[in-house]
Structure formats: C-alpha cells, structure tokens
Write a protein that binds this ligand. Sequence first.
Ligand code: SAM
Ligand code: DTB
Ligand code: SF4
Length: 320
Amino acid sequence: METLESLRALYDQPFLPLVTRARATHIAHHPESEVQRCELVNIKGGSCPEDCRYCAQSARYTTGLVPHGLLDIPSLRRAAEEARAHGATRLCLGAAWRGLKERDGRLEEVCRLVEAIRGEGLEICVTLGLLGPTAARRLREAGVTIYNHNLNSGPSFYRQVATTHTFADRLSTLRVAQEAGLRLCSGGILGMGESVDDRLEMVLALLELDPAPESVPLNLLVPIPGTPLASQPPVNPFDLIRLISVTRIVLPRSRIRLAAGRRSLSPEAQMLCFLAGANSLFVGERLLTTPNASFDADHALFETLGIEPSAAKSCTSSPI
Ligand code: SAM
Ligand code: DTB
Ligand code: SF4
C-alpha cells in the first residue's frame, strides 16, 4: 500500500529513471500512441456562490466574466457536433454552481440536455459540483457515464483553495457518484501555492477510491485576473512531468489528462508529458472560460508525434 513517503520516494528519484518506469507502466496498460480527445461545454457560466480561489466563475471575484444561464438544446447539439468534428470522443458539460440538491429543478433541465445528445456517439461527462444520491442516479439514467469532480489538491492545503466547502465534501461527492454507477474523473490543479507533498497527498486520496478514477485531469493553474491566485508564478514543467510519472506508476489503468494550462507548455514539454503517461487532453477553442491550445498547434503536434485518437467507449461500460 502506498503512503506519502513511498510516493515521495518515487517522485524524488532521478528524472530519467522515473520517466522510464512510468513509460514502461504506460505501455503495459495502454496503446502507446493513443491519446483521448475530450471537449468542454460550459452549460451554465459564472455567478457561482463558491469561493474557489482559482476560479473565473466565482461570484466573489471581479473577473470580467459575463454570466450566462443554462444553455439551450440547439446550442448544445451544435457544441456536440463541433466536438465530433474536432475528433473528440467525450463531451464534458460543466456548470458553475455549488451543486445539485435533491428535488432541484435544475437537475431535470440538465437531464433534458443530456438526453438531447445521448446517442450521438460521444461519452457524456458532467461536472456539476456537489452531488446527492438521487441526483447522481437520475444523471446516470439520463445517459451520463462519467462524473468529473476534482479534489484539486491534498486535504491539508484544501482550506487555502476554498472555504465554502471542504475536501471531505468533495470526496463524499465522488463516493456518491460511484455508488450511482458513474465512473469517476478526478484530479487537480498545480500552481496554487501548494507543496509537492500536497500534490502527492491528492494522488494518495485518488488512490484510496475504489475503483480508482477512470481519468485524472492534471490542470496547470490558469491565472485569472481578479482572483486571489492571479499572481501565482508558473509551474516548472518538470514538476508536472514528475507528477504525471508518479500518477502513471500508481494508477496504471487510469487515463491521465493534460488539462488546463496546456497552451502554456511547449510542444517538447507536452511530448514529455505523453512519454510520462499522459494520454488524454482537451481539444476545442475554449476550456470553460479561457482559451485552449490552438487547433493548428495541436494538429502539428499530433502529426509530429504520430498520436492517434482513441475510440469512444460504449455508454454502458462499467467502471474500470
Ligand atoms: N463547479 C464544478 C466544480 O467545482 O467541480 C465544475 C466546474 S469547475 C470550473 C471544474 C474544474 O476546473 C475545477 O475543479 C478545477 O480543477 C478546474 N479549474 C477551474 N478554474 C481553473 C483555473 N483557473 N486553472 C486551472 N484549473 C481550473
Ligand atoms: C478539468 O480538470 N479541467 C477542466 C474540466 N476538468 C472541467 C476545466 C478547466 C477550466 C480552466 C479555466 C477556465 O477555462 O475557466
Ligand atoms: Fe464554482 Fe466550481 Fe468555480 Fe468553485 S470551481 S467557484 S464550485 S464553478
């Protein structure tokens, strides 16, 4: 069983042996040139009551974001078509609110959106904040197969990430989603001022989930003017590559997603991330509120590396 000390020992070994071991683990469990493409749609933007210190969508900070209500069905259908045109096999619908309570009218509205695009050949992931059991079961029934809810950091640092909910609240949502038959997508953000141990504590918490998350997004903080974390210094890409390597070694079957902040990485740094075990990314012009890596840059990178897109899993597939 892994401990913080064993993860730290892995993390601190010399860079090349660490990446070599991660690569060997990767090849033993995944097709070596396959990278999953996902696309995000912000189905409800801004005015969020939570105080996550990194987030453009919190109502507590003046970020210049123009809030919008729930997306309509034709706009979502168009977004799904665009995602398919970009080669995405998974669509992730995000909403800026605290979560969905039981008997919340917004739940049925989200389910109608999901039902409108199920059967389009895309895996449907949603990221709707804190979740109760009835809402989780209803989402599963509507056609959602994956729930994204990031732990974002380790438990010791979490109080410095947000105060309006706790790390335990986030963990409990993950368990609720799992119990409803949803596969999990959960990871975090690097660059909020946390230590390496905080990042490894997060990996340890992901490891304790049973089954392990199907995907682990690793975001680099995108500094948003107006938020408390606007002036954080950028993360050293080698620290990201080390964390990807450790995550790959201890979660051999999970997909590791290079998520927000990818556009700040050079093609060479991204290549090292793939070598260390990253095998998923976001395509499309935008993430939720910020620009993503450009289509042309991605096209050139995929060509250079001979990266192949993954096939979508069936909507009824069981947890890994
Ligand atoms: N409200 C839901 C929640 O908090 O889970 C879903 C939307 S939230 C924007 C989804 C995730 O995006 C966050 O948990 C965080 O990991 C990531 N994220 C948000 N803003 C970010 C930023 N500025 N830089 C990097 N990642 C960010
Ligand atoms: C994840 O880990 N990152 C995505 C998705 N899952 C929901 C969101 C990134 C958001 C980046 C900042 C923004 O665009 O507002
Ligand atoms: Fe709200 Fe999610 Fe942003 Fe936190 S991360 S402020 S819960 S939208």
